[in-house]
Design a protein around this ligand. Structure first.
Ligand SMILES: [Zn+2]
Length: 264
């Protein structure tokens, strides 16, 4: 083998490369193949194309796969919602408890009920979250879901259920953020309607018609009451028709200039 190797490459190599090749050839003569050693090339031996996925499978095959991963990542939800659920699974959401631990908040208390706001409380146990879950599942209280791990086990037994659960979690999170950061109290009708709209939209992402129609059927049976959105004390009233909005360089700051006035 080594002589063939040298015979094929030798004429085209520089002196330095020739020397390297000689060293390599000598090293190879000492290599003893062991048939009992694990073969990392199984994807090639199985006649499948070598891919990044295959490489990662081989590299991390010694790690145990999270049994919830499949439920989190195999839904019709957009990627940002899946990442949100994965962060919730790993207890990495910026809850008040976590922000307090990192000296980013003055207290770990929930803005709605003063209980310490960890992931389970925020998404499942807070009265504001509980209200949403109970709206969609009248028997929710009897299911005994008090931890996120219970949620994935008992309420995500199929692709459709996992999609619905993701939508509810996502909208509970948005409701909490609206209250915490914007001072807006989104009422139940508003949140549940937005949740259903999300699921109807996500149903278009299903790869099978049966999943899509199952999600739409679920939405049809969960139509919420009319929205009654209370005005927010922090929301600005719409500008009068004689004004135009000009975005400033700071991005979040807008300056209202009377129409017809010259810009600064
Ligand atoms: Zn709370």
């Amino acid at each position: 083998m080594t002589s063939d190797f040298r015979g094929t490459l030798g004429p085209r190599l520089s002196q330095a490369a020739e020397a390297d090749l000689r060293v390599l050839a000598n090293e190879l003569t000492m290599v003893v193949l062991r048939n009992d050693a694990p073969d990392a090339r199984f994807s090639r031996l199985a006649n499948t194309k070598l891919s990044n996925k295959g490489f990662y499978s081989i590299s991390f095959r010694h790690l145990q796969i999270d049994d919830v991963a499949d439920k989190v990542w195999r839904t019709a939800a957009p990627l940002k919602c899946k990442i949100f659920c994965w962060l919730a699974r790993k207890k990495r959401l910026p809850t008040n408890e976590r922000r307090f631990q990192h000296h980013l908040a003055p207290s770990a208390a929930c803005m709605s009920c003063n209980h310490d706001e960890d992931t389970d409380h925020l998404l499942l146990l807070c009265p504001w979250a509980l209200e949403v879950w109970t709206f969609f599942y009248s028997d929710y209280a009897t299911r005994g879901v008090s931890r996120m791990s219970d949620l994935w086990t008992s309420m995500c037994r199929s692709f459709e259920e996992a999609t619905i659960t993701t939508a509810i979690l996502w909208n509970v999170w948005k409701r909490r953020n609206a209250r915490t950061f914007n001072g807006v109290d989104e009422d139940l009708a508003f949140v549940s309607r937005r949740c259903i709209e999300d699921i109807r939209l996500w149903a278009h992402r299903c790869t099978t018609p049966s999943s899509s129609s199952a999600l739409n059927n679920w939405c049809n049976g969960s139509d919420p009451p009319e929205v009654n959105m209370p005005p927010s004390p922090l929301l600005s009233p719409p500008p009068p028709p004689s004004t135009v909005m000009i975005p400033c360089t700071l991005g979040f700051i807008y300056k209202v200039v009377q129409a017809g006035a010259s810009p600064p």
